[in-house]
Design a protein around this ligand. Structure first.
Ligand SMILES: [Zn+2]
Length: 258
């Protein structure tokens, strides 16, 4: 009988064996209802302090990756596993970001996790509607799914290319108004191969290749400019329309020197 928790855990361990000493907690939303409430349109979420919050539900083995998933939101097992990987990419980015701050402050990372409860990440239940148009540039639709997240998702997909039939697009699962996953994967170049034996959090904490940084900065600027003050995208959608495609290809060629 298929055991999605075992499958997802094996994928995560395969992709990031350096965190093998940390537990992985995969929780169906119905079991977490006493402690967290999933909004109707949310398929899954994670936070660095989630395991600690849910410890009465868990066989607590210490800090680790924890995600709550709304199993009814996934029509295919592939999508459920992709969601677990998506949440793991958030976890890796969070570990890297908080790790850098914790090192600088000289605090244990776990202290920082507890203080960062506001870093909850909510996901949209598939099938995915267009991201909400958010006129406030401080919180764009790609909030939490920006360049660092995309970079780690590309690494995850690369490391699992022989173990899982999905792709990086399944892990990212929505464009959030940014350029295609293919663009991000291409502009990252050979980094996934060159650094495939390193911990993912170390990669997330390190500077990306300059071409990737440049492309990501350009893309975020382009996407932000596409938001008009009334909160809707000109041209019918964040990635729709020939102008957007043309601009993306032009910038892409420039970066690649083609
Ligand atoms: Zn997400």
């Amino acid at each position: 009988m298929f055991d999605w928790k075992t499958e997802a855990t094996e994928l995560i361990r395969t992709a990031d064996p350096h965190r093998a000493g940390e537990p992985i907690y995969l929780i169906p939303a119905c079991k977490a209802r006493r402690f967290v409430t999933l909004p109707a349109n949310v398929a899954g979420f994670t936070s660095l302090a989630l395991a600690y919050r849910l410890r009465p539900l868990l066989d607590w083995q210490g800090w680790g990756f924890c995600t709550v998933l709304h199993l009814g939101a996934f029509r295919r097992v592939l999508h459920l596993l992709a969601a677990a990987l998506h949440e793991y990419a958030h976890h890796v980015c969070g570990v890297a970001e908080v790790g850098m701050v914790a090192d600088w402050l000289g605090h244990p990372a776990a202290d920082c996790y507890l203080r960062l409860e506001q870093t909850w990440t909510a996901e949209t239940r598939p099938p995915h509607p267009r991201p909400a148009c958010v006129p406030n540039p401080a919180e764009p639709p790609w909030h939490h799914h920006d360049a660092r997240f995309r970079r780690i998702a590309v690494h995850l997909a690369h490391r699992l290319r022989f173990a899982w039939p999905g792709d990086v697009a399944d892990i990212i699962h929505q464009d959030y108004g940014l350029a295609s996953t293919l663009a991000y994967r291409s502009v990252l170049g050979h980094e996934p191969q060159a650094r495939q034996s390193e911990p993912l959090a170390a990669i997330a904490a390190s500077p990306a290749p300059p071409a990737f940084e440049e492309f990501a900065a350009w893309d975020a600027e382009r996407a932000a400019a596409a938001l008009n003050p009334r909160g809707s995208f000109p041209g019918g959608g964040p990635s729709a329309g020939p102008q957007g495609d043309f601009a993306e290809k032009t910038a892409f060629r420039k970066i690649l020197g083609k």
